[in-house]
Design a protein around this ligand. Structure first.
Ligand code: UT7
Length: 344
């Protein structure tokens, strides 16, 4: 039995097609210099080791749901449609442990009675949600799906941890999927997903869940902070994203050289360039927005898609490879052709 799954969307002619894209970041910008005023770090270290110059951070009172609503509305507007019959929200930072954030987001977007749920796969969350939405369309369960990745990682960060503070930012991105044909521009061709629960401790919020409560414990502030073993994650991320990319390219029948653009999870510019190098792709084919927004976890890929559409890095007909790695561990890759959409 393999430890991963692959979807053969080719098995059906009914295929999910990207019909709209939107992104949103909260207005407040935190520069590296601002971080360096309260932590033992520097603009030079953060830029050199990660490629990040700044990140956007919510103001007190703003939630993941707020960012998701903005991104979702923008994606719907970009698609020219006003509705969807399924909302899938990928997030690691839901507004509450219970219920899911997606139903409230759907209601606020003006879709009060549609199916709506959250997907939790940390930084791979968008690809897991994309697969869920694409499969719903492929199976005839939905005609139009709003897939959102939204995060407020700033609510999880240990204020004393310079490493995670330097990397993560808040934001949201979304795509609208509609039913279409595998050969048309915008078609989500194939998706590969995998996981390894043996790596659960590499990226974790250790407390606050059932594991702690079942032992009679209640979380203190320390238990609720996000923890990451950066070095181990770095190497696993490069390896798994490269492997997953090759798997999905093989399924689609594309050579590496066929890929016009790679949109990888914006975790670290060095990771993205290492993945490109392992694949044999020129680094300039990578779409990057990490310098401006940092690592926004499940929002990272759709936010990079929105940015690439806005600045012209993604053009109609481009063959695009998506790939991500995140807590769980989880990983994945997807192939699609870029649609002809109005620039947001
Ligand atoms: O989104 C989910 C997936 N997440 C990722 O993919 C993140 C993967 N990991 C990374 O991107 C990198 O490992 C980091 C950016 C987290 C760290 O970069 P690194 O090059 O792996 O640095 P390191 O952990 O080996 O640390 C090197 C040094 C250490 O000091 P010593 O022990 O050599 O004295 C760290 O304490 O850099 C130090 N350091 C910092 N220095 C200044 C760590 N963070 C910082 C900082 N500013 N912010």
């Amino acid at each position: 039995m393999s430890d991963d799954i692959s979807s053969g969307l080719s098995a059906t002619t009914r295929t999910a097609v990207i019909a709209g894209v939107g992104g949103y970041v909260p207005p407040r910008v935190v520069t590296n210099d601002e971080l360096a005023r309260r932590l033992d770090t520097s603009d030079a270290w953060i830029r050199t080791r990660t490629g990040i110059a700044q990140r956007h951070v919510i103001d007190p009172g703003t939630t993941t749901g707020d960012l998701a609503v903005e991104a979702g509305l923008r994606a719907l507007k970009n698609s020219g449609a006003d509705g969807a019959d399924l909302v899938v929200l990928a997030t690691t930072t839901p507004d509450r442990p219970c219920p899911a954030t997606a139903p409230a987001v759907a209601t606020r977007i003006g879709l009060p009675h549609v199916a709506a749920f959250d997907v939790a796969a940390v930084c791979s969350g968008f690809l897991y949600a994309l697969q869920t939405g694409a499969a719903a369309i492929g199976a005839g369960f939905a005609e139009r799906v709003l897939v959102i990745g939204a995060e407020t990682f700033s609510t999880l960060l240990d204020p004393a941890d310079r490493t995670t503070a330097a990397i993560f930012g808040d934001g949201a991105g979304a795509v609208v999927l509609r039913a279409g044909e595998r050969d048309e521009p915008g078609a989500v061709r194939d998706i590969h997903l995998g996981s390894d629960g043996g790596m659960a401790d590499l990226i974790t919020v250790p407390g606050g869940g059932a594991e702690q409560r079942s032992r009679g414990g209640f979380p203190g502030p320390e238990d609720l902070y996000f923890r990451m073993e950066g070095k181990s994650v770095f190497f696993a991320a490069v390896r798994r994203m490269a492997e997953s990319s090759l798997t999905v390219l093989d399924r689609t029948g594309w050579q590496v050289a066929d890929v016009d653009r790679i949109v990888a999870h914006q975790a670290n510019t060095r990771i993205i360039h290492a993945v490109a190098e392992q694949l044999g792709l020129p680094p300039e084919r990578a779409v990057l927005n990490i310098e401006r927004v940092g690592n926004t976890s499940a929002a990272s890929i759709p936010l990079a898609l929105a940015g690439g559409m806005a600045d012209g890095a993604l053009k109609a007909g481009d063959r695009v490879l998506l790939t991500a790695f995140g807590g769980g561990a989880t990983w994945g890759a997807a192939t699609l052709t870029w649609p002809d959409l109005p620039r947001a």
